[in-house]
Structures are given as C-alpha cells and as structure tokens.
Design a binder for this molecule. Structure first.
Ligand code: PLP
Length: 498
C-alpha cells in the first residue's frame, strides 16, 4: 500500500518513508491511498485472537512493505505484559446497560498515548533499516504533559535513536513533571523551558525549520524526527483498539456481529477520534462518532456550524491534554470529506494560517454531521460528571474521560439515541489526583503531598495505584536542566555535542 499527502494527492510514498519523515515535505499530512475494508468473516476471525494478534492483523493491512514476522515482533515487544498492567491491554469495563468504558491507560505512563508510543519507536527503527538509512534519529518533543513521558518510555534505550523532551517548567502537573525528570535511559534528555507550552512548541518548530542547523546535524548523520500525533505511525496503532473493542463486545455477547455501536472520544488534536473514524471506514459497524471537547470548544463549534475559528484565547482547564485550539489531524478528515481534493485543503490551511479561520461547504458539513456529533463540558460540568459517575457506579474516571461521559449524556438527551456506546477512557484518574479528589468533595490541603493523594484516591476507588506512579516516590531526579525559551537550539546542540 502506498501513501499520499493531504496537500499533494499526486505524490506517492511507501510506508517506511512516511514513518521516518512524520510530515510531508509540502507541509501536508500523510495518509494511505485507500482504506482497506474488513469483512464480517475477518472480524469474526479476530474473536479468538488476543490484542497482539488483532494488532498484527490490522497493521499488516496498512504496512504491506513490512513482513508479517517483523510486525509480529514489534507488536510483541510493544504490548508486552511487562509494560501493560492488564493482560487484555485495552480492556472494556461495563458501566451500565448501554455504556462501556474502553480503558486505554494500562500502559507504562497511565495515558492512552502509550498505545501508540510503545509501537512508534520500533516502527521508526525498522523503517530506517528497510531504507538503508544509518542515521541516528533524534526525536524532539514539546509536551504539555502526557506525550513527553509516553515518548520517553517508548524511546528510552532504543538503539539508533535519542530523544529530547522540552516541557514548560511551571506548566505541567506535579505527577507529570516527576514522571519526566526521573526518566532513565542513556539516550534521553528532559529539559524544562522557562515559559509556557506555546513557547516550548514554538522553539521546537523553529529547530525543525532551521535549515542550517539541520544541515549541521546531517553532516554528523543525525536526523530530527517527531513523535507528535501527526505521524502516521502514531495513528495506525490507535485504529486497533476500536476494532478490538468491537470484537470484544461481540465476544461477550453484548452485541451481535454487525450491530452498530457509537463511539465517544475526549478530543484535543483530533488524533484519537480520527483513528475511530478510520475503523468505521474499514467497515467496523460504528454509528455516530461523538467528539467531546472541554471549554476550548473549537471543534464543537466547527462540527455544529462548519466554521473553524481559532481566534480565541486558550483556556487552562482541568483536562489539560485537551487544551488546544488547532487540531492538526482534522486536516486528514477534511481531505477525505472533500474526496481527496488537495487544492481545497491547501486553500483552507492557508486561511487558517493567515486569518485563523475557514469555512467548509454545506454538502461537506452535512456529510460531517451525518458521521460526527459534537459537544463540550466546561470544568464545572467535568467535575460533576466525575462525581455522578462515582455515585452511580463506584467507578472513578479522570478529568478527560469525564468530559466524554458528559457529552455522551448530552447526545442521548438531544437525540434519544440509546445505542450501545463505547467511551474512550484516555487517562488513569491517578494522573490527576487533585482535580479528581476535589470533584469527589474530598477535602485536601493546597500543599498536600502528591503521594498521599494517591493513597486517598486508592481508598475511594478501590483501584490499585499503578506501580509506575508509586515508584516515583523517592526516585532519583536525573534531569535538572532548565533553559530560557531562546536557548533551546543551543541546548539541543549541547546535548548532541554538535
Ligand atoms: C492526548 C490526550 C487527549 C487528546 O487526544 P487527541 O488524540 O489529541 O485528540 C485526551 N486525553 C488525554 C488524557 C490525552 O493525553
């Protein structure tokens, strides 16, 4: 199978090059030339396979230039029992008659980013080998919290790679910061930036675009690469869990093969929900895709009106991994909805860059609305959703998943559609203990020790504290470097000794 770019549909790439490059030279995003379809009997066949087997089958359909064995080997390492604390990898948990939670946070960093970032490093290394590329790949990441740690865990000690993560020194949660600055590995660097997430992101983009600097690196056989969700190698592993969840619901007898389910996704950069869309395109019987936003509701407005307007202030919320105004992966969906009209995409992306706003045509809006429903929850509604879910079901959800549950409730009220819904649960509640405990009306001190919060949460939820978080207590701080926002390039140069 070949791949093309959203901004030049005449181009054709193989999967190894797509994974190595991350983003197309024309500024567009890579996507497959067609979406392979799965028949009912293929789905039926998956019922008796475990998560790894299902992942291998699906990834093979998209990575035809990789051998079956190669894919199998990558999957076994990535979804190894030593890395995931649930043998099902992405287990479903039934909340009530028609609501199932898809727990995507059983990996090493307790957020769904692990599902893809445990695979991506292997994909990258194999892609380099396939193309006879002996470069050292340096992964540069700017993170608002979850991506940085998940990328560090994925790339630590992977030979042929190095990883440098920049995080806003004052802008991540205590747990997230501890997770990063205690990271082990001979090829990792974690650097605080005196600034906010935008400063870190801008700095990283400037390094990627600095031609002279990249040439200097290239003379030393170093290539910069990205672990951001615009990389196809991150999207592909995410398709798997939607297929797997469907198959599990058939297996457990909750649905009959062919029966439709709705899917709810707490959304930021539009990567996770796009993977669900691809699963639907592959033929998985998904009815509505329900897009849930926090108070940064650009996507809600877009799906309801057809106008994408980023001209507003970014709000800091209690679901920080969804605090985003430009959802990059939307470009891929637009390309599909416009029947792969690259000219149209270039126009709209130009408008977004120059004016901060664009509008889609009415027929395309109608198509969009026939597939997607969108709504949002502000912080107050999010807290209420955590409390209600706990009171009704004795199940504790994190702040992002709570946004999804609230929007599902809105959807059902608005449409009367009570179809079985799968809600993507994107993080463990233990990653955001302060917000979760205050939602549950547990009195806590402003300066209370983070680890005592985990203990309190564990008493309430009767869920074991994830080992990876427990181990952070007293762990050695390995990364203390902080740089100014205009020193990031220099810091990268020093780290790489170039
Ligand atoms: C990254 C993230 C999201 C948003 O996912 P996208 O693929 O960017 O839409 C939601 N919840 C959590 C916990 C995350 O880490």
């Amino acid at each position: 199978m070949h791949y093309t770019s959203t901004r030049d549909a005449k181009k054709s790439f193989n999967s190894a090059d797509v994974i190595k490059a991350g983003i197309s030279p024309d500024g567009g995003l890579f996507l497959p030339e067609y979406i392979p379809k799965m028949s009912k009997s293929q789905l039926q066949h998956m019922i008796d396979k475990d998560y790894r087997g299902r992942a291998s089958d699906i990834m093979q359909m998209f990575l035809t230039d990789f051998k079956e064995q190669e894919i199998g080997a990558m999957i076994s390492t990535a979804y190894h029992p030593a890395k995931f604390d649930d043998e099902l990898i992405a287990p479903l948990r039934q909340l009530n008659q028609n609501t199932h939670i898809l727990e995507l946070w059983h990996g090493p960093t307790c957020a769904f980013k692990d599902m893809a970032l445990q695979v991506l490093p292997h994909l990258l290394v194999r892609s380099a080998q396939k193309t006879g590329d002996a470069s050292t790949f340096v992964i540069l990441v700017a993170t608002s919290g979850d991506t940085g740690k998940a990328a560090l865990e994925g790339f630590a000690d992977v030979s042929g790679t190095r990883i440098i993560v920049f995080y806003p020194e004052q802008g991540v949660s205590t747990m997230q910061k501890l997770q990063m600055i205690t990271q082990k590995g001979d090829n990792v660097a974690v650097i605080g930036v005196a600034g906010n997430f935008d400063d870190a992101q801008t700095g990283v983009k400037a390094i990627f675009n600095d031609r002279g600097f990249n040439e200097r690196l290239s003379e030393r056989s170093i290539k910069l690469s990205s672990a951001n969700s615009i990389n196809w190698g991150r999207l592909l592993p995410q398709i798997v869990y939607y297929v797997s969840a469907y198959v599990d619901l058939v297996k457990s007898g909750h649905i009959k093969m062919g029966e439709k389910v709705n899917v709810v996704v707490p959304t930021g950069n539009f990567g996770n929900i796009l993977a669900a869309y691809y699963a639907r395109e592959m033929g998985i019987p998904i009815g509505k895709l329900i897009c849930a936003s926090n108070a940064n509701k650009v996507l809600t407005d877009f799906i309801r009106t057809g106008v994408y307007d980023r001209r507003r202030d970014l709000k800091k919320t209690i679901s920080p991994s969804m605090d985003i105004l430009v959802s990059s992966n939307l470009e891929r969906l637009l390309f599909e909805l416009y029947n792969r009209d690259d000219h149209k995409i270039r126009q709209m992306m130009q408008l977004l860059m120059e004016k901060g706003v664009y509008q889609i045509d009415t027929p395309v809006l109608e198509k969009l609305q026939s597939i997607f429903y969108a709504n949002y929850a502000d912080d107050y509604a999010t807290m209420k959703s955590i409390k209600i879910t706990y009171d009704k079901y004795h199940y504790v959800v994190d702040t992002h998943t709570a946004v999804g549950l609230k929007v599902l409730e809105d959807y059902r009220k608005e449409t009367g559609d009570e179809t079985i819904a799968v809600v993507a649960s994107t993080a463990s509640p233990y990653k955001f203990p302060k917000s979760v405990l205050s939602a549950l009306n547990v009195p806590i001190e402003a300066d209370q020790d983070e680890f005592s919060l985990l203990e309190i949460l564990s008493d309430i939820s009767r869920l074991a504290i994830p080992d990876s978080l427990k181990k952070l207590k007293g762990a050695e701080i390995r990364h203390k470097t902080v740089c100014k926002k205009d020193e990031m390039k220099e810091t990268v140069a020093n780290t790489l000794s170039v």
